[in-house]
Design a protein around this ligand. Sequence first.
Ligand code: A4P
Ligand code: MG
Length: 192
Amino acid sequence: MAALSRSQQVAATEAVDPERSGSLGHFAPAPVLAFVGLGANLGNAPATLAWAVQALAALPLTHLVAASSLYQTAPQDCEPDSPDYFNAVAQLQTQLSAPDLLTALQELEHQAGRQRPYRNAPRTLDLDLLLYGEAHIDSAQLTVPHPRMHQRAFVLQPLAEIAPLRVSAQQLQDVANQGVHQAGPLNFLQPS
Ligand code: A4P
Ligand code: MG
């Protein structure tokens, strides 16, 4: 796991810097721990995931708490001959609402050149909101927890790496036959 330094972890768990809270001031909403699943199987996927983790760390009202290693994963529920994916999971502490965080994730996908020609098409970057605190959300735009996360080793293995209490041994066992291999560190620059 690409763990943050001790000082960065402390910074991530302390109250959000008022300078980054903008006009919300004292009325800023309480920080929430959220988990984001990252995936890519077009272009230089490892580099795109590293860029995306840095971009998540730079979102307003948000701190990066941890990022998993990079995983190379067999495509699930995709067209035959789809390229292998690279996947990872990031843990954020954020004061963005869940809809605002989803909008920010979609903006980053757009910046990475994401196109949607058909369902589960190869993509330059996919950012899924896996968990948002303990919230259960079921709106037209957003379902949290992500409805398919527990069927997928490419989510559960990196999530278990950075948040072992969020994934049971049985859940990992249930997806153990999916091809998921740790492929080294995610080479993103630690936020200063
Ligand atoms: N949406 C609803 N809930 C969420 C959420 N929690 N997070 C809506 C993100 N988006 C959410 O998403 C379609 C719509 O889902 C959005 O408009 C949003 O409002 P999308 O990113 O356009 O499409 P998607 O990612 O293809 O959809 P989805 O349903 O998340 O796909 P899956 O089920 O995640 O599958 N195999 C490997 N090895 N690795 C992968 O990363 N990914 C997929 C995509 C298939 N196979 C894979 C991988
Ligand atoms: Mg998605």
